[in-house]
Ligand binder design. Structure first.
Ligand code: 5GP
Length: 196
């Protein structure tokens, strides 16, 4: 193919899901520190309350429900879902422009959102982060100190259902050792940047 007819490389879309407490946020943060691949994270929108130490526009865009619903009706979201009683969604504007520039985009989203994007055939690779066991999940959530007993129970109850969706993903990565899990994910993603 000559250079003039060669299509511009579109950055891959990588989905990472896993139950709350699986450690996937830390994994994604570590992954995005790797500058050997053109990879960026999309910042999601959420209607949940901001946690101490979270920053609007960095960890999430924190919107109220009305603004979120307005975004849904305007078609601003690539996907959105209600998770643990709050709305979460990925803005198209966080994804498309980057991919057009050849940048890979990582979405850390729940199983419902992943299912919506899977239907469109837009996923380049999907990875499910599995906690070593449910005790580790609970311990991680408790040590984070961000949940009440009520929200903790909600998250742990959903974890089992989410784990049942793991088979829908291209790969499962057990997060028993952060460093090793990050290396594994990088190895899974790297081939996506080799132009065919
Ligand atoms: P947290 O409240 O702990 O930050 O996130 C709760 C859950 O929402 C996690 O499973 C996370 O992956 C998911 N989540 C975060 N952003 C999005 C999003 O944009 N869309 C969907 N569907 N889920 C999201």
């Amino acid at each position: 193919m000559s250079n003039s007819t060669k299509q511009a490389f579109r950055g891959p879309l990588i989905i990472i899901s896993g139950p709350s407490g699986s450690g996937k946020s830390t994994l994604v943060k570590e992954l995005l520190k790797d500058k050997s691949m053109p990879l960026e994270g999309a910042i999601s929108v959420t209607t949940r309350k901001m946690r101490p130490f979270e920053v609007d526009g960095v960890d999430y865009f924190f919107w109220d429900k009305m603004k979120f619903q307005d975004g849904v009706s305007k078609g601003s979201f690539l996907e959105w879902a209600e998770v643990y009683g709050n709305y979460y969604g990925t803005l198209i504007s966080e994804v498309d422009a980057r991919r057009t520039r050849g940048i890979g985009v990582v979405l850390e989203i729940d199983v419902q959102g992943a299912g919506q994007i899977r239907k469109t055939g837009a996923i380049s690779k999907s990875i499910f982060v599995v906690p070593p066991d449910m005790n580790a999940c609970e311990a991680r959530l408790r040590s984070r100190g961000t949940e009440t007993e009520e929200t903790l129970a909600k998250r742990l109850a959903s974890a089992k259902q989410e784990m049942e969706q793991a088979a829908e993903y291209d790969f499962k990565v057990v997060n028993d050792d952060l460093e090793k899990a990050v290396v594994k994910i990088k190895d899974l993603i790297r081939p996506l940047f080799i132009e065919r």
